[in-house]
Ligand binder design. Sequence first.
Ligand code: KDG
Length: 320
Amino acid sequence: MLDAVTIGEVMVQFNPVTAGPLRHVTYFEKHAAGAEANFAVGMSRMGFQAGIITRVGEDEFGRYIIGVLRGEGVDTSRVKTDKEAPTGIYFIQRHYPIPGKSSVLYYRRGSAASKTKVDDVDADYVRSAKLLHLTGITPALSESCKEACLRALEIAVESKVTVSIDTNIRLKLWSGEEARETLTPMLRKADIIFTEPQDAEILLGEKEPEKIAKTLLSMGAKTAVVKLGEEGALACTTEETVRRPAFKVPVEDVIGAGDAFAAGFVSSMMRGLNLEDALEIGNAAGALVVTVRGDIENIPSFDDVRKFLASQRRETVAMR
Ligand code: KDG
């Protein structure tokens, strides 16, 4: 029995050892990353069983990714190896042109993961999970990826598997209009929605966090979470609205923080913690990730979070 299942591309991330414009970077580190894989690893580190549906190429990078996921305890039984297409890769550029920010350059068009299709979605596998986690990235990869996400969503809804969606709009993969057209009907079927003001403006024409959350609740979500980066996060249900500030930490690379946040939040809800503690733990997970290069390396375990919060003198109710 899985606690969480997700669908999405896992890529090799090349992260520059030195910050600044990529034309001047000589050395890169190799990491395994991808929004959904980051989430799955986050769930696993928090003590929950997670699995991922995807494809990798029959190449060294594909073997590397499977090894990393297995090493993290993520179930890879539904990761197919595609003989026709390569494993996707991407580069990160750090602290340029804006200090403290990172950007991504994809080399993933036609990748093995973009060939993921409906047949790869094993209905029993999805049904065996307590939660299906989707993001706005996978449906943007290809028509067949979109169909696979919609099929998984349909199975989850029919089987009463909780659905969480992180809007994660990547405008390098599709236009705002395409994102809105595809994601809006998906969001109507989600129980938990993670978004951020830039995405919400595209999807809902709304930038104000509380209004975003209320609109998502009116569309059917039970819990709406708005990630506010350096300002923390806000979560809303029909009963309460809670806001928690972010933790101030040295920033090495911000990529991946949102996925760790989502895993911290979802795993806390699964533990039965309240909204405030779930936000605090999500914020802590996001903060820890940005202090190192790579998306998954510093995703915390529950014990890591406990130590971090104690260092910040902010123990959650559950940790006292
Ligand atoms: O959320 C982090 C991801 O954006 C990063 O790992 C790369 O999966 C990725 C993507 O599609 O942007």
